[in-house]
Design a protein around this ligand. Structure first.
Ligand SMILES: C[S@@+](CC[C@H](N)C(=O)[O-])C[C@H]1O[C@@H](n2cnc3c(N)ncnc32)[C@H](O)[C@@H]1O
Length: 300
């Protein structure tokens, strides 16, 4: 795996990346503005001894610098006033930018970190269809929806590859694809040893199927955000590249220079679609986040 990193990051960047993966991640929370204002939440948590620092580039979000006790056991958490969520995950709903009257599909929704954020940006209006194939993950999704007071969603336990059976066309689709989670090593060191190229290739096949189906479910001028918590090009730029090459009427939206580094347009000696430079990569050693990838695609 490290040899692969050296191929697409170079030696110095690889060393920096590996070192950053050893550093703890600052916990962060997102205010649930459906239930409480950001200032009121801040006041309540600071009165209890939590030390919060607003995250400038993400509305309603805080880094939590000091916690007198577990962030998941405060009254405010249990009442759904905030969601414990890492910064990279928060950016997904912000980039997709759903509006109150949109029809939105989250193709891989459980346990609902991004779904509850989508609902918040939709102001609990419109229609939010939440799909997940894994029955065991549905209860966690439903508990989070209930805790956060979400009332504009429908949960479907199905394979998102069959989303066309619903006969719905969406304004916005989130495809937070199942992946190797290579970017999560900072949160879960066991992942250092559990990744290999065969697993990456297996996930890439599933990702391409899901992406193709998702794109075919968009309305004209609708947007789909493809994202993964992986830095592997095979699960990111190569998935988008291979999928878009076989489809007409789609283009990559320019979200570059906003959050992370530009997506790769050449990797492992392969030239990719030039517009992949408009996609975004987040790295632990540069952005102090987990490793993440976003590509926003629009139907023309
Ligand atoms: C990266 S996790 C999603 C995390 C979620 N979006 C969040 O922010 O909380 C990927 C999810 O995809 C689901 N999944 C995997 N293959 C799927 C498929 N073919 N159709 C629908 N869901 C699938 C998994 O069960 C898993 O819950």
């Amino acid at each position: 795996m490290i040899e692969r990193y050296i191929q697409f990051l170079g030696l110095d960047e690889t060393i920096n990346y590996l070192k950053a993966n050893e550093l703890p991640l600052t916990p962060s929370i997102r205010t649930n503005t459906l239930k409480i204002s950001t200032s009121e939440l801040r006041k309540r948590l600071e009165n209890k001894g939590f030390e919060l620092e607003p995250i400038e580039w993400i509305p309603h979000a805080f880094n939590v610098l000091k916690t007198p006790y577990n962030l998941g056991s405060s009254h405010e958490f249990l009442q759904g006033y905030y969601y414990l969520q890492n910064v990279a995950s928060m950016l997904s709903a912000i980039i997709l930018d759903p509006k109150p009257n949109d029809t939105v599909i989250d193709m891989c929704a459980a346990p609902g970190s991004k779904s509850t954020h989508l609902a918040q940006l939709m102001e609990n209006e419109g229609t939010l269809i939440l799909i997940d194939r894994n029955k065991n993950r549905i209860p966690a999704l439903e508990i989070n929806l209930r805790r956060m007071g979400i009332i504009n969603s429908i949960v479907l336990n199905m394979d998102a590859v069959n989303v066309s059976n619903l006969h719905i066309k969406a304004d916005k689709i989130l495809l937070d694809a199942p992946c190797t989670g290579e970017g999560l090593i900072r949160q879960d060191p066991d992942r250092k040893k559990s990744k290999n190229i065969r697993y990456i290739e297996k996930m890439a096949l599933i990702q391409k199927k899901l992406l193709k189906t998702g794109l075919n479910t968009l309305k004209t001028r609708g947007n789909l955000l493809y994202c993964t918590c992986s830095i592997a090009p095979e699960e990111n730029e190569l998935v988008v590249n291979d999928t878009l090459k076989s489809l007409d009427n789609f283009s990559i939206v320019d979200i570059s220079n906003k959050y992370g580094l530009k997506g790769l347009t050449e990797v492992f000696g392969i030239n990719l679609i030039e517009d992949l430079k408009f996609s975004q990569r987040l790295y632990p050693h540069i952005h102090d986040t987990i490793g993440f990838y976003y590509c926003l695609i629009t139907k023309l």
